[in-house]
Write a protein that binds this ligand. Sequence first.
Ligand code: SF4
Length: 253
Amino acid sequence: MEQGYVHSIESFGTVDGPGVRYVIFLSGCPLRCQYCHNPDTWEPASGSLMSVPEVLEGFYNNLPFYRKGGVTVTGGEPLLQSDFVTAIFRNLKKHHIHTCIDTSGAVFTTDNPAFLKELDRLLSLTDLILLDIKHMDETKHKMLTGQSNQKIFAFAKYLEEKKIPVWIRHVIIPGITLYREYLEELGEFMADLDNIQALEVLPYHSMGKEKYKSLGIPYPLDNVREPSAEEAAAARQIILSAYQKKKERLYSI
Ligand code: SF4
């Protein structure tokens, strides 16, 4: 029986995909985003080792509430346990439940045939990917997350080839990502893909600060302010304008 490391489960979530959702947080993440508010999910073999029926019990017990939503698997980085996510989704698809993965795509590689085979199996059971684009600039991405963004961009392209619907998520952080230049680059990047269905611009918040304190980890963004809802709306507009302009260029004769 497939088992996986589960950090926690949230019932009746409304911010991780369409409708009301059952949200499963898996353990393990290769990134170290400076704004991460779930540093307690970073360790791979942490949390509870659970089977698919155990993970989905709370979902099926409340199925009527999820009729217009579904199940989202997030983390941590869910693709670190892609075989377990496949087993969860295989179970859900027997009941025609909407399935969604929230991922940074940072573990994507075309060099490992076994990984690709498992990924393809998982994608065939996935209705939607929430793809987190952390930073468009590679050097700044490394500073912000500890790793390059090239695998993430390659994963975005792969999802387009596989015709998997994607919602882009982007956190705006003053002094780090909240610059017109980077926002426009993101819009242009999105315009090069044909499978983007939505954009979510999320203002950075410091809710994770207390967790860092309790885990004894220094909080890297101590002096960074939280942007306002107006700044988030303006950033979204900049991204969408750049997206629109690039699309017009691509399709003009
Ligand atoms: S990818 Fe998500 S879980 Fe991993 S460090 Fe970044 S914000 Fe945290």
